[in-house]
Design a protein around this ligand. Structure first.
Ligand code: ADP
Ligand code: ZN
Length: 727
């Protein structure tokens, strides 16, 4: 039997396991049960795929979505893994065929829908089949509180009762504690080993923008670097998805709507197109999402507030599964808060549930209004404490100022009180500003004691105050649907002056423009190449991939991910042997596609590549590299690690890293080549550098920002990589 490591390498073409993957796999292989909580895109599927392949018998994967099953199976088939699925989309004959394959042990993995699994006939069939394991994917579907609840999932305990010896693994990307507990209880996995990894998605950059003209803002956002990318735009209503899709189409984008009210044929077609075509924008309600594991979604935008931080995390998590930089962007304003509160109060749910939902909304608003690192707030919600700021969210990149607004808050709240808690923010602001308009006169509000007491601020500032008071739950929206504001219990200490209050200073619109242009452009796959030759090769590789994908009717990323193509451009392998070392190239894909891609790459001589060790020119001194750095570089090319070189040359490890930094800056070496950090982490450090260097030059602030997690030498290499790209 091959080892998990060998399988990872030969079948999937990956070098190393991530985080807990190996531990989970070992645990299952030795027959244990597991409950796995890992964020979207972190590589959950490998955790059951490899044990299914290595244990004898077939692994049964329970999955809630038909589209998801087909996608997973197609992917496995691309790698030469024996996989199939069983669900209502197959005709009778195909179903029989799969069942026979299964009984003859001709399959390593079988994906089934839960309702199918639960039929007596299928359970009997399972009893006659050698089984490797049961995997329950999207296990949060068992949670009655969650929005993906599937009643069939509750019956899955049958598996445990009827097949007590077969190991089970339940997986989910939903992290909150109550759901976790519910999964363990409902699936009888209390004794399973819990595997929990960090929920951080370092390659996703979070932004929240104040809503002014959201369409226009969205357009600007997309045009600021995402013109050619796949993305998802979430809206609250079905109608809005259609309108926004149409708007984007008119502006020249490939955009499609998706919501539960569309004809199922149209819906499937739109989904297929999103998965298969490049640069497609899906404008959707939350009906779209679960199981969309397209790796190269480059942005997720929210034009309306999601329901909770969990929902936000799930939805934004669909961006950047491939680990390359991606954006999560949201516009939000007072109107959204009022709409959401109204929706919750008017829903048919019982009081307890409404309270839970309001609490969740409040946490989300806290995230929107935060003045500290957004990632800290997000992770804290999932129980992870972070001390350092991330350097990759809007509040880190452009710190938010605060102001003490106790008096302003008192004025605003009294104004709500004096006018009888019957009016919305705009009218209240008119009173505060002392506007003598018709409505003010009609209600004789010019006689209120709060009339004209707020002239020290302008309209937009007061608007910001009211929005934040609502977000802090000091004011709340009434159920009348007109946005009237009422005072909550929590406002009392403020009115009495017992508690100070701080507001965030909203950036002025003009300033916001400036921020956007100053932000480092996302260093995305297709922007990365300096040499025109590389760009040409990249385009050619992409069309080669597209052609192969079309022939088979699968999405391009199933052939190779962008990250694999990118590596091909940089490394320019000239033989199949060299080709096999590229990440994402397993044995089967090498056999199937190696020649096709090699033929393209060979047209571009290695010497003209972006400079990296294997293909760099032999004359280093001509490139301005110092002799001692050259010596280090030679040793790196012999395959030595920096630690080995330090020992060999009797130099400090940091010195070796400084040599490497020099080589990187001279583009003799790629930063990814020598640092064993995931690309997301490298980008993370880069972003921190870019955001810090503005105010504090030097490396010390960066070193401290990570509390010494990365040695100076490593930081120097990362910075050299940045400089090399700027050249
Ligand atoms: P999840 O189910 O957790 O959302 P997936 O299983 O779809 O994530 O994996 C996300 C992506 O990461 C996939 O493209 C997968 O091939 C890739 N991946 C998984 N494990 C590794 C690894 N050890 N090294 C490199 N890439 C990996
Ligand atoms: Zn941050």
């Amino acid at each position: 039997m091959p080892s998990p490591q060998e399988t990872l390498h030969q079948v999937f073409g990956y070098e190393q396991f991530r985080d807990e993957q190996e531990g989970i796999i070992q645990h299952l292989i030795s027959g244990g049960d597991a409950l796995v909580l890992m964020p979207t895109g972190s590589g959950k599927s490998l955790c059951y795929q490899i044990p299914s392949m290595l244990r004898s018998g077939v692994g049964i994967i329970v999955s809630p979505l038909i589209a998801l099953m087909k996608n997973q199976v197609d992917r496995l088939l691309q790698m030469g893994v024996r996989a199939a699925f069983l669900n209502s989309s197959l005709d009778f004959q195909s179903q029989r065929k799969v069942e026979i394959q299964m009984q003859r042990s001709e399959l390593d993995l079988l994906y089934v829908a839960p309702e199918r699994l639960m039929t007596e006939s299928f359970l009997r069939l399972l009893e006659k089949t050698p089984l490797a394991l049961f995997a329950i994917d999207e296990a949060h579907c068992v949670s009655q509180w969650g929005h993906d609840f599937r009643p069939e999932y509750l019956q899955l305990t049958i598996l445990h009762e009827r097949f007590p010896k077969i190991p089970r693994i339940a997986l989910t990307a939903t992290a909150d504690l109550p759901t976790r507990k519910e999964i363990a209880e409902k699936l009888q996995l209390q004794n399973a080993k819990l595997f929990l990894t960090s929920f951080d998605r370092p390659n996703i950059r979070y932004h929240v923008e104040l809503k002014e003209n959201s369409r226009h803002q969205l357009l600007q956002w997309i045009q600021g670097g995402h013109e050619k990318h796949s993305g998802i735009v979430y809206c609250l209503s079905r109608k809005k998805t259609e309108k926004i899709a149409e708007f984007l189409q008119k502006k020249g984008f490939k955009a499609l709507p998706y919501h539960a009210g569309l004809d199922s044929e149209v819906r499937n077609l739109n989904q297929e197109r999103f998965l298969n075509e490049e640069g497609m924008i899906m404008v959707a309600t939350i009906a779209f999402g679960m199981g969309i594991d397209k790796p190269d979604v480059r942005f997720v935008a929210h034009l309306d507030l999601p329901k909770s931080l969990e929902a936000y995390f799930q939805e934004t998590g669909r961006a950047g599964r491939d680990g390359l930089p991606a954006d999560a962007w949201m516009t939000y304003g007072l109107g959204d808060v009022i709409t959401m509160k109204k929706m919750i109060s008017e829903s048919a749910a019982d009081e307890k549930r409404k309270r839970v939902e309001l609490q969740k909304l409040n946490s989300l608003l806290g995230f929107c209004e935060t003045t500290v690192c957004r990632r800290q707030v997000l992770l804290k919600y999932f129980g992870e404490e972070r001390n350092e700021s991330c350097g990759n969210c809007d509040t880190c990149l452009e710190p938010i100022e605060t102001w003490e607004g106790t008096v302003a808050a008192q004025k605003a709240i009294s104004c709500v009180f004096r006018s009888g808690e019957r009016f919305g923010a705009n009218h209240l602001i008119d009173i505060l500003l002392g506007e003598n308009n018709r409505r003010v006169e009609q209600f004789r509000h010019d006689r209120l004691s709060t009339f004209g007491i707020g002239k020290e601020y302008v309209f937009s500032q007061w608007h910001s105050v009211f929005r934040q008071l609502v977000a802090m739950d000091l004011l709340t929206a009434d159920l009348d649907g007109f946005g009237s504001l009422k005072i909550t219990e929590k406002a009392r200490p403020i009115l009495k002056g017992e508690k100070k209050i701080f507001f965030r200073k909203d950036p002025e619109p003009k300033k916001r423009e400036r921020i956007k242009t100053r932000l480092p452009k996302p260093t995305l796959a297709d922007f990365d190449f300096q040499e025109p030759e590389s760009q040409k090769l990249w385009e050619e590789l992409r069309s080669c991939r597209l052609e192969l994908a079309r022939k088979q009717g699968v999405p391009p990323y199933m052939i190779f991910h962008d990250s694999t193509l990118k590596e091909l451009v940089c490394r320019r392998p000239q033989t199949l042997e060299e080709f096999s070392h590229i990440s994402g190239v397993g044995e089967f894909k090498l056999k199937t596609y190696g020649e096709d891609f090699l033929e393209v790459v060979k047209k571009y001589p290695a010497g003209t590549a972006e400079k990296i060790p294997t293909v760099a020119s032999s004359n280093d001194s001509a490139s301005g590299l110092s002799d001692t750095a050259s010596d280090t570089l030679d040793l790196i090319r012999e395959g030595k690690t920096p630690e080995q070189i330090a020992a060999l040359r009797q130099l400090k490890l940091n010195t070796i890293y400084n040599h490497l930094a020099e080589a990187i800056q001279h583009r003799q070496l790629n930063v990814e080549e020598i640092l064993s950090l995931p690309i997301g982490e490298v980008r993370h450090i880069e972003n921190t550098m870019l955001s810090l260097q503005e105010n504090q030059p030097g490396m010390k602030p960066v070193f401290e920002a990570y509390q010494g997690k990365y040695e100076y030498g490593i930081l120097h290499c990362v910075r050299a990589g940045l400089l090399a790209r700027e050249r």
